[in-house]
Design a protein around this ligand. Sequence first.
Ligand code: IYR
Length: 225
Amino acid sequence: MQQHNNIPLSDFIEYPHDEMLEKATENYENIRRRHSIRSFSDRAVPKEIIETCLKAAATAPSGANHQPWHFVAIHSADIKKQIRIEAENLEKSFYEGRAGAEWLDALKPLGTDASKPYLESAPWLIAIFSQKKGGVRTEDNNQNYYVHESVGIATGFLIQALHHSGLVTLTHTPKPMSFLTNICKRNPDNERAYMLLIAGYPADDATVPDHALVKKDLSEISSFI
Ligand code: IYR
């Protein structure tokens, strides 16, 4: 049986109202410049940037604080090539009909297709895995809870950290993603590939589809009661 022991909150920072609004606005102005990018430069990004962003991601809240995630940061050209080959094969069948007409229609405004050169050109691919079992210590083998929610939040933190550091990302989910488990040599009994995040600098001629810039208004996405 685990015991509970509280320690005083010592790192909370309170801001006066004006400064709070300034910070909220500053954050909004910064995060609204985040765009999914599909054209990456091959410029190098130091490993310590990725490490620091992963540390930020790992502070995310999770079910029972079990931290049911594992991030594989891929820099190896050989592994990136293997991932590109597998992902493009899957995407080919997806775009050739597996997706179905409605899905393909929904993707038209994004202009995506089966070709994924950025899987080789971007400096980093981060394969994110969720874990069924674990615990607060890596060696634990207890049930994990709210795994999808927890890994989703950590992934959001990671995207935000990379953006904040001055990099761009793309969330990529080739279907099915089990090939990532094999390539990254993860344990398929406990881990499932959750997402592949591409990170780096945008290519000089990178574009953003205008469709992606359409964001719902505050009045549509929220209600105050
Ligand atoms: N995985 C495919 C298709 C795709 C699906 C959705 I939903 C998107 O928002 C974007 C793409 C691809 O990466 O092309």
